[in-house]
Design a protein around this ligand. Structure first.
Ligand SMILES: CCCCCCCC/C=C\CCCCCCCC(=O)N[C@@H](Cc1ccc(O)cc1)C(=O)O
Ligand code: ZN
Ligand code: ZN
Length: 515
């Protein structure tokens, strides 16, 4: 009997100890293994004016965007733009946004013939201004393959179709629309801000955004932050994350475009040499494709993106993402499998043009190709060029560098980063379904890089929920925006302007809601 009692007591004790141990393990797991990503807190103040739209406002907002899409502001190449359309766009915004163009405290200037700079003077000159950037030019669109012609701005099933609906007339028109609505409600701005609308972003922005930046620099302007396109609220991009997450670019990749050429004696195709210019060039290109640039996972901000999103992942991915010190080799291998995530972790190589040959029976005198590299934030153009030379390893291939620039510096992402706090607050106001806001990389290039001397706080983000399918529409077929999505974009900008009017960020406190 005594033995049985001792046994029961032991079993009870073991059970208790087991429970205690299990509890301890859960606590440790929560505290150390599944710890939430560190992030600044947001304050509780709400914007003064709500975003209630009448049926008339809704119609006006939609028609303003549709009208802009119909203007064919195409950038074909650096010396081929539709300048008539660019000028028409200027007249159009004057007509559609009368409050913006008549406000006494808004100065409007045309820069580089077709770009627009608005200086919106706030009532408090002590507050450092910020800038909203967008562009009006678009890439060309084929007539075939669209459900509605690319410049028809046709509305179908709640979407407006057309070139520029996501890239980037939605921002250009959206910013002016948000300001127009605020002015009509007599909102008095406190913090000054600039609006820049470039006309040649798709061809590097040298005549538009660059000139705007030079002018502001000459005026001695410093910005508290700058917001441009380049990332979005991502839905379904990352395996293991169910909810949409806002990924705000804190840098953009660098770029290097090289022209490769091979010259060889032409001749009769009946007695060909062992290698032709085409064969030699094709070999070099194949070596570049077969030997991708090194995987740089862990050397740039991509690791911070995953750490911030760690708690959004389902089990066991949440555990893996919280412990990248251990799992980064596996994660980096997974990321390189999809083109959009591969672009986050390495300098990408894209053969974009190939020209050779003039007739079926002539040995071609020359072969040329263009290769476009997008440089990972941890590398420099010079370093990439060295790797290219070593990989090609053939002196017969001439390498001419065309456009090149290093990646942008990394913008701040912490408690003191004013812009980041404003975006968090505004996302919370307008997109309550977005559960995380993370820093990321813009895998393409934007006009914002011209503004590096005016601020170290450049952020790339379009307040639009996009799915992988939408990403393919940018520069692709059937670019479109949902009417609801565009309304939300305007609402985001409307609230962002009001939220930016705060004098100074409140001190973070323990109970405030955190994204
Ligand atoms: C966790 C991550 C998954 C990553 C998935 C990425 C999704 C990103 C979502 C939206 C990205 C939209 C990118 C729009 C910006 C494109 C801008 C652009 O096309 N630029 C051109 C031209 C250009 C402009 C300025 C320059 O100085 C150089 C080139 C480009 O070719 O980059
Ligand atoms: Zn764009
Ligand atoms: Zn574009």
């Amino acid at each position: 009997m005594a033995g049985r009692l001792r046994g029961a007591a032991l079993a009870g004790c073991l059970g208790l100890c087991g429970t205690a141990l299990a509890l301890l393990a859960v606590v440790l797991l929560r505290a150390y293994v599944l710890r939430p990503a560190p992030g600044p807190r947001v304050w509780g103040r709400r914007p003064e004016l709500g975003f209630e739209l009448s049926a008339r406002d809704r119609r006006e907002l939609k028609e303003a965007l549709r009208g802009a899409i119909k203007i064919q502001t195409v950038s074909f190449s650096p010396d081929d733009q539709n300048t008539t359309a660019l000028a028409e766009f200027g007249n159009y915004i004057k007509k559609v946004f009368p409050a913006v163009f008549s406000a006494k405290f808004i100065q409007h200037e045309i820069i580089g013939e077709y770009s627009h700079l608005f200086t919106v003077q706030g009532s408090d000159p002590q507050l450092t201004p910020y800038m909203l950037l967008a562009h009006m030019d678009v890439v060309p669109a084929s007539q075939e393959g669209w459900v509605a012609p690319p410049f028809s701005a046709e509305e179908r099933g709640g979407f407006i179709y057309g070139r520029g609906t996501m890239d980037n007339k939605n921002s250009a028109i959206g910013i002016l629309q948000a300001l127009e609505f605020l002015l009509r409600k007599d909102y008095r701005l406190r913090r000054s801000f600039y609006i820049g609308i470039g006309h040649d972003e798709e061809i590097y922005g040298h005549k538009g955004a660059r000139k705007i930046a030079d002018l502001l620099e000459a005026r001695g302007v410093k910005l508290s932050f700058l917001l441009d396109e380049g990332s979005a609220i991502l839905d379904g991009f990352i395996k293991g994350i169910k909810a949409p997450v806002a990924v705000i670019g804190i840098t953009e990749k660098g770029a290097l475009t090289v022209k490769l050429s091979v010259e060889k004696e032409p001749g009769h195709s009946s007695a060909p040499p062992k290698e032709t210019s085409i064969g030699i060039l094709a070999g070099a290109l194949s070596r570049l494709e077969q030997n991708p640039m090194p995987n740089m996972f862990g050397h740039g901000p991509e690791i911070r993106t995953l750490e911030h999103l760690a708690s959004e992942f389902t089990f066991p991915l949440n555990l893996i993402m919280t412990n990248l010190w251990l799992f980064s080799p596996i994660v980096s291998r997974i990321l390189q499998q999809m083109p959009s995530t591969n672009a986050l972790i390495r300098t990408t190589t894209a053969i974009t043009m190939f020209n050779a040959g003039i007739k079926t029976n002539i040995i071609p005198p020359s072969a040329k190709a263009t290769v476009n590299f997008r440089i990972h934030p941890s590398q420099k153009a010079e370093e990439v060029l060295e790797i290219i030379k070593t990989t090609i390893a053939d002196d017969r291939v001439k390498i001419d560098v065309q456009e090149t620039f290093d990646p942008n510096p990394i913008s701040p992402w912490d408690n003191q980063a004013f812009g980041v706090q404003i975006f968090r607050r505004t996302l919370l106001d307008v997109f309550p379904e977005v559960s995380s806001v993370a820093p990321g990389i813009c895998i393409a290039n934007t006009d914002s890089r011209h503004f590096a001397k005016l601020t170290d706080a450049i952020y790339l983000f379009n307040p639009l929920i996009i799915k992988p399918d939408d990403f393919l529409r940018i520069h692709g077929l059937n670019e479109r925006i949902s009417v609801e999505g565009y309304e939300k974009q305007v609402e985001f900008l409307y609230q962002l302007i009001q939220n930016s009017d705060i004098k100074k960020l409140p001190e973070p406190h323990a109970n405030s809601h955190e994204l």
